[in-house]
Design a protein. Structure first.
Length: 184
């Protein structure tokens, strides 16, 4: 019976070592796909800046592809959302792509969103660029008084006491918005 205990322990050790090796190989394959690490975020000043677009940002990592193109990588501590990457995360990566393009004169082919349990490749192409610049144009427009108030949003908003949206003052009843969802 004592002979089976060491062999069971050896088998368990073998399984653990094999699992560790497989995890390491998977990580190496993922890193090869992402490219060589060029820069990791530090506490210093913003890494990427565009006077033309009045944008500043610092991706968590910049990785160089074999052809020299830089790919911005954003690390998220949360798990990958069930429906895919949040639209706001995608827009953040588009901004980094635009900044990389401005800084290097070369468009990154994509950006990477790395969640705790998976990653999403965010394409950088003409459609993504157009969507980002349209969002930027909208954000730079003066506020025209339109609002999409809701008691849920307004209850957590620091601007609610000074807001002109009537839900912030409790005058609007919640309006059901069946079938709506955020863009992806």
């Amino acid at each position: 019976m004592t002979a089976s205990v060491p062999s069971a322990a050896a088998a368990l050790l073998g399984v653990v070592l094999l699992a560790g090796a497989l995890v390491g190989l998977r990580r190496r394959a993922r890193e090869r796909r992402a490219g060589a690490l060029v820069r990791v975020e530090t506490d210093g000043p913003a890494l990427l800046r565009s006077e033309r677009y009045r944008l500043v940002g610092r991706p968590d990592e910049l990785r160089a592809q074999p052809d020299g193109a830089l790919v911005p990588v954003e690390l998220k501590r949360r798990p990958l959302p069930r429906g895919g990457a949040f639209y706001s995360h995608t827009v953040q990566l588009w901004g980094y792509c635009l900044l990389v393009e401005e800084a290097t004169g070369r468009s990154p082919p994509f950006a990477l969103l790395r969640y705790r349990d998976g990653e999403v490749i965010v394409p950088w192409n003409a459609a993504a660029r157009q969507a980002l610049l349209a969002l930027r144009r909208d954000a730079l427009r003066p506020y025209d008084g339109r609002a999409d108030p809701s008691p849920g949003k307004c209850a957590r908003c620091v601007w609610a006491p000074r807001c002109d949206a009537s839900a912030a003052r409790g005058a609007l009843a919640p309006v059901p918005r069946a079938g709506t969802s955020r863009p992806r």
